[in-house]
Design a binder for this molecule. Sequence first.
Ligand SMILES: [Ca+2]
Ligand SMILES: [Ca+2]
Length: 400
Amino acid sequence: MEFPICIVLGSLLAILVIVLLLATFIQPSEVQANGTASPSFSLKEITDESFDWLDFWRGKQYGEGPTSIDIRSVNYFSNGKFLNATIWFPKPPLSNSSLAIPQNDSKIDYGMYIDADFDNKTGIEGIDYVIEIQWDNSTKKWNRVVEEWATNTNVKILSKEQNYTDISENEGYVSIYADLNMLTSPVRYKVIFYAQEIKGKTWTIDHTEWLYIPPPKFTISTLPGSVDVRAGENSTVEVSVKSDEGFEPAVLLYSANQSEGVKLDFKYDRLKIPSYGVASTPLVISTHQNASQQPYTATIFANFTFPNEKFITPLLQVKSQSIEEQASLTVKIDEPVTFIDQISDFWQKLGSPINFVYVIAAALAPFVYALVKRSLEKHRIKSKGEQLRDQLKDENHSKS
Ligand SMILES: [Ca+2]
Ligand SMILES: [Ca+2]
């Protein structure tokens, strides 16, 4: 009887292993096939200004505030399943109030707002989810709360994690994460990090810019991609900027690392990319007579920015993170024009009209020749007649 039991147990174990393997391999492929995986990306950092607290109700800057909510930078990354971030604050003794233990009469929160469908008309001012680390004055502990915000201003609490401890007063940081599966695994979303203190009627907030995940793609290019120009002369190329669908950024163009004797001037250095996604401007490359005669790589930069957006209240206007792209343009500087070159150029330019005269002359030559010949022959016949008349006159004169 022992033998069949072993076979049965062995078979069950084999089936269990196969099922586990299938579960392991099938799930990722389903996520990829549905195209619903959120983007994964390596560590990024955004910095924030110092001492830039805002009066939440008035949308104006405060001159003073607690350094415990003065964001200095945020690091963030994602494996596609979680968005992980660390919000950094001044470390004690720079901090003038405790990061970890708010005063009894104040409420401090650290959080992130997420526009999960990339639509600023859904949710509250575009915000669909909130993840917030909240101080609980009754338990004297931190809680992590996840909320869903509806367009009609309703709020649903999705989860509440009590006694959240990933905060360091000594090192001045707050760690925060979002379970992206809980937020419908957004393929494209925006996030903003904030810290706030609510004390009586005073609501003080500091926040970052809106961050695009993944960042939109913009390109800059020149036509042609390289240019030959003689020292002392100018040449013009076309600079084009292209934008991802759905973005209509303003663009600031500039160049850097210009070599001595070469100057780049954009006819329009500020462009607005229209809805169809492309804008362009001429770029004039001027060279000095003494410019070094060698290939030179000019770097052209394009800074893409977006209009400010409302943030929770109409009075709070928030910038989005700007994006910078660059392109290279090879400028080959040839020797300057000499006096001989100028003479040659002069004759080359004259070549066309002179050739035109030759062609006209060649075309008219047979006609002119015939005209002259006829004239000469006519002249010859007239002379013979006159001679004959003279001869007859002479003969008549002698007879008489
Ligand atoms: Ca700040
Ligand atoms: Ca939204």
